[in-house]
Design a binder for this molecule. Sequence first.
Ligand code: UN1
Length: 510
Amino acid sequence: MNLDFLKELGIEAKNPGAFDGSWLQTTGEECHSIAPANGKTIASLRYGSRADYERVVAAAQEAFSRWRALPAPQRGEYVRRIGLAMREKKDALGKLVSLESGKILQEGLGEVQECIDIADFAVGLSRQLYGLDIKSERPMHSMREIWHPLGTIGVITAFNFPAAVWAWNAMLSLVCGNAQIWKPSEKTPLTAIAMTKVAADVLAEDGFAPLVGLIIGDVSEVGNAMVEDKRLPLISATGSVRMGRIVAEKVGKRLGRSLLELGGNSAITVLDDADLDMAVRAIVFGAVGTAGQRCTSTRRVLAQRGIIDELQNRLVSAYKSVVIGDPLAEGTLMGPLIDQDAVQGMMQALATAKEEGGEILCGGGKHDPGGELSAGNFVQPTIIRAHPEMKLVKEETFAPILYIMPIDDIEQAIQVQNDVPQGLSSAVFTMNIRHGERFVSAVGSDCGIANVNIGTSGAEIGGAFGGEKDTGGGRESGSDSWKAYMRRQTSTVNWGSELPLAQGIQFGSD
Ligand code: UN1
């Protein structure tokens, strides 16, 4: 494979693992970025140490003290140029995302587009960080809410969206006036280095490069340092529920804020009156896309009894035509899982499914595309006929396993759908407006995302992204998610010559 695009992105055979405005000669453990498709090392790097982390924080803090004083639209201008730089490198960045995370090139390019989109959104937002004008109960008083930058933000991201989740946080946070320190997944360090370079090159012109600090290292060394660091008022973390609980606890203990986007277990309900062509396409993209390794991946299909057999047959035949192989090759629909642990996790889930009475309808094993890809982490996308009482269907397995279960009606579908610990994304396919509206009503889906005639994954950046229950409750990306990156100040100004007290209190003479 031609890897010239790595040069374009500034990736060397050996790379430093931390950036504080310049690239630090990190001396920590050596780590290799491994292509999940063939097990080969793409490039190596050295982890940042605790001392490197200190340098990254100090530089970010200093840059923040200057950045916060810039008018927000001027900050937006920098972000506009970061968006342009990402556009120029979209092709190379998309290839790197695909090579390093194993998602297919179309999805790699889509991920970079998501970064560009959020940059554009943030530029507009830089002129819309609106506060409120609140009517005071006292004469000649004005009361307002003013939003101020928060400080240096810690961003922890997962392998499956190695660029976009950082961009959701960083682009908004930059226009809000913050510095950020990014700890990416150890499995996708090169994408983090490349993204940081793109943003830093734009910011460096005026000495603002330390705003996009990067520290690559293991959880016990730098991950812990971040969550326990009082200098970071907000930790935005994406990953497993287990990781999220630790972050929430440690950040909560120091009374910091955390913004969590954790596990999902998305269901698509398909009712008897659904447009099955659309439903099949949405389910296959949702369950097979990114090899089932999105938080929003479709893991459960709740099908009404009138259509379940036809839907099942159509899904099975669609699955059989999924081209599995090199994620960078045209025509591939499913790449590898991220590593052998993920493959083992899937095999374990398949064994449990059988024990619990699930019936494997297609797939159900590893996959060998041959040649050098034989060393990759390939599996077959799998459909299992299941029932809601199975314990396994309430768990998130980060792999392309889809459980299909019968339901009687919309009531039961909503009940079964919500009866899991996670609450990220959900969808219903129906042509009946009553069922659709019911699904998105207060007595419908309990998820952060509830769609009608659209799948569960592939959300646009314009909406707030995140979910309830074990998903962690955070909201990132669009809508008013920017508020998480700012501190709110309530300000009352007395422009009169008296000093009336609120609540009509008389205190002392006069
Ligand atoms: C994730 O899996 O952590 O909605 C994020 C989606 C993408 C983001 C997924 N826009 O599927």
